[in-house]
Structure formats: structure tokens, C-alpha cells
Design a protein around this ligand. Structure first.
Ligand SMILES: CCCCCCCCC/C=C/C(=O)SCCNC(=O)CCNC(=O)[C@H](O)C(C)(C)COP(=O)(O)OP(=O)(O)OC[C@H]1O[C@@H](n2cnc3c(N)ncnc32)[C@H](O)[C@@H]1OP(=O)(O)O
Ligand SMILES: NC(=O)C1=CN([C@@H]2O[C@H](COP(=O)(O)OP(=O)(O)OC[C@H]3O[C@@H](n4cnc5c(N)ncnc54)[C@H](OP(=O)(O)O)[C@@H]3O)[C@@H](O)[C@H]2O)C=CC1
Length: 275
């Protein structure tokens, strides 16, 4: 792996990366770990997590992994207690776990909307609160990076996640102010469409439409997204807090795969609709 950061930049740091078993989270765990941090990863499924931990260990990284659903407060608290028991502290939190399913708003069941808000907004809050109370505030030091999505404008086809991620963006600003006194910095990264195991579940036509409407005409990679997250988690960004950074090939500035229908019968992009 190529590094734009100096070796040992994260020596002595302990980084929690939620959803660190796959995709962007795995790339961040590997980059932070290679740069010297001890790493803790969680996710709902034990298998990909164990596999990821083995790959990180093969790279010489000291890694703790445990299954944890960020929607379940008890599991979140037990996970954070486990990290502190194992490494004695935590100094970095990457709130990367999350996700949703694409669907036009009128096909979105109340339960589905709630599931996505619980996953992305409430889950992120539970983890943030637990880590701040147990590790960052007592040590007067912490850095948080929240992985969100494009909230600069509407997110048609993704009403649930747009609402939840906008909530996380505002939480980022609020906590940056409230917790500055505790030595905690909080920032957000908003990826465009990034090629990962997550987007591999999306209809290929939708990804192609996204690529075509991205000014730089390609999808991003997990590794380049990781570089931005790692910068924000580093001491190099010690005067940066409360901000949202887009890494999207310009997609948030122009164009959208969502075509505005010109009649009363919407012609949707190729979204999977409920039966
Ligand atoms: C312009 C745009 C360009 C878009 C162009 C592309 C832009 C991509 C940008 C973003 C990319 C990514 O985020 S990539 C990351 C992708 N990775 C993920 O999304 C993984 C994480 N996601 C998830 O786990 C799920 O989506 C999530 C709903 C949050 C949790 O699933 P669970 O099964 O655990 O949820 P539960 O709590 O059981 O609730 C399930 C309820 O949710 C609803 N539900 C769940 N899946 C559903 C589905 N596929 N279709 C409909 N409805 C669904 C139903 O109402 C379910 O109820 P019942 O009917 O009763 O069961
Ligand atoms: N790829 C993209 O284009 C974009 C991605 N994002 C966001 O970036 C983040 C990383 O996504 P990406 O790497 O692409 O996709 P992945 O699906 O590979 O990553 C999502 C990770 O989050 C974990 N996760 C999801 N829900 C929970 C939960 N409730 N509790 C614990 N872990 C959970 C998953 O593990 P498990 O399933 O085992 O729980 C998985 O490891 C997500 O928040 C995603 O929504 C935002 C914009 C664009």
C-alpha cells in the first residue's frame, strides 16, 4: 500500500473503526494500523469480521474484533468496554458502520425508514456517546470522524438515509462545539459513490448512472476515501473540527442519476421495488 503519511504517525493511538470488516472501514483500519495505531473493529456478522482481523494481523497490526450491532446500546457499551479492557484506552473513533437500501419514498415502509434511521443516526450516537464517556472525556483527548453521505442537497431514492445522515452532520457540528473543552475533535466525511462490497449490492445500472453523472466520470475507491478519513483522524488536522468534507468526484455539485419525471407516472431509475 502506498502511504501519503509518515510511518509511525499513529503510534500510541487506539482507533475504533465501526464496520471495519469490509469496504471503506476495512481500508481505514488497515491504513491506521499500518501507521501504528492499535485497531478495534466491529460489525454485525462475525465471519467477515474474523476474516478481516486475520488479514490485519497478517499485516502486523494489533487488532481487537467483536460482533456488535450499533443499534443495540448494550452491545455497543460491551464492545467499548472490551476495547478499553484490551488496550487500556481509545483515542480515535471512525463511525463508518451504516447503510440503507435504495427505494422511492412512497415505497418506503415506516419500519424501513425507522430501520435506516436507527442504523445511521441512533447507532452512530450510541457509539459516540459510549466512547466519549468511557474513553475520550476521561483522557481529555479524542478524534471522531463520521462517515455520512451527500447531504448538501436532497437525496431522492434515499429519503431515509438522507434524513439520518443530515442528523449526523448536525451532530458533528454540535459535538465539535460542546466537546472542544474535552479535547475532542469531530468531523464528517461524505463519500460519493465508492466501489465497495456495499455498493456491489446495488443494481449495476444504478452505479453506471451514478458514474455517468459524476463530473470525474468514475467511482471512488475505498483506499482514497480512507486517506481523507485518516488525515482528519491525525494530529495534522488538529485545528479542523465540525466540518464536512466531500470525496465524490464533484458529484454533489452537478447532476444526479435521479431523473425528475415530467408526468404524473414517475419513471424510476432502476431501483429494486418491493414485491
Ligand atoms: C439518487 C440515488 C442514487 C443512488 C446511487 C447509489 C448511491 C450509493 C450511496 C451509498 C452507498 C452505501 O451506503 S454502500 C453500503 C451498503 N451497505 C449496506 O447498506 C449494509 C447495511 N444495510 C442494512 O443492513 C439494511 O439496509 C438496514 C435496513 C439498514 C438494516 O437491515 P435489517 O434487515 O437489519 O433491518 P430490520 O431492522 O430487520 O428492518 C427491516 C425493515 O427495513 C425495510 N427493508 C430492509 N431492506 C429493504 C429492502 N432491500 N427493500 C425495501 N425495504 C427494506 C423493511 O421495511 C424491513 O421490514 P420487513 O419487511 O418487516 O422485514
Ligand atoms: N460506498 C459508497 O458509495 C458509500 C458509502 N457510504 C457509507 O460508508 C460506510 C461504509 O460503507 P461501504 O464500505 O461502502 O459498505 P459496506 O457495506 O462494505 O460497509 C458497511 C459496514 O458497516 C457494517 N454495519 C452496517 N450496519 C451495522 C450495524 N447496525 N452495526 C454494526 N455494523 C454495521 C457492515 O457490517 P455487517 O453487515 O456485518 O454489520 C459493514 O462492515 C457506510 O456507512 C455507507 O453507508 C456513504 C456514501 C457512499
Amino acid at each position: 500500500m502506498q502511504h501519503i503519511f509518515r510511518a509511525g504517525l499513529f503510534d500510541g493511538e487506539v482507533a475504533i473503526v465501526t464496520g471495519g470488516g469490509t469496504g471503506i472501514g476495512f481500508a481505514v483500519a488497515r491504513e491506521l494500523g499500518t501507521l501504528g495505531a492499535k485497531i478495534a473493529i466491529c460489525g454485525r456478522r462475525p465471519e467477515p469480521l474474523a476474516e478481516a482481523a486475520d488479514r490485519l494481523r497478517a499485516d502486523g497490526i494489533d487488532v481487537h474484533h467483536a460482533a456488535c450491532d450499533i443499534r443495540k446500546t448494550e452491545e455497543v457499551e460491551a464492545f467499548v468496554d472490551g476495547v478499553v479492557a484490551r488496550f487500556g484506552r481509545a483515542s480515535i473513533l471512525i463511525n463508518n458502520a451504516g447503510g440503507q437500501f435504495p427505494t422511492p419514498a412512497e415505497h418506503l415502509a415506516p419500519k424501513g425508514f425507522e430501520a435506516v434511521v436507527r442504523n445511521n443516526l441512533l447507532g452512530t450516537w450510541s457509539m459516540t456517546h459510549a466512547v466519549a464517556r468511557r474513553a475520550f472525556i476521561p483522557s481529555k483527548r479524542g478524534r471522531i470522524v463520521n462517515v455520512i453521505a451527500n447531504v448538501a442537497r436532497g437525496f431522492p431514492g434515499m429519503a431515509h438515509t438522507g434524513a439520518a445522515r443530515a442528523g449526523v452532520e448536525n451532530l458533528t457540528k454540535t459535538l465539535a462545539v460542546e466537546w472542544a473543552v474535552h479535547g475532542i475533535r469531530v468531523n464528517a466525511v461524505a463519500p460519493g459513490v465508492i466501489k465497495t462490497s456495499g455498493t456491489a449490492q446495488y443494481p449495476p445500472e444504478l452505479l453506471e448512472m451514478s458514474r455517468a453523472s459524476t463530473p470525474l466520470k468514475r467511482l471512488g475507491s475505498a483506499e482514497e476515501t480512507s486517506h481523507l478519513i485518516v488525515y482528519l483522524a491525525s494530529t495534522q488536522a488538529d485545528f479542523v473540527t465540525g466540518q464536512t468534507f466531500y470525496i465524490d468526484g464533484g458529484a454533489s455539485l452537478w447532476g444526479s442519476p435521479w431523473q425528475i419525471p415530467d408526468d404524473e407516472v414517475p419513471q424510476y431509475p432502476p431501483y429494486p421495488l418491493p414485491e
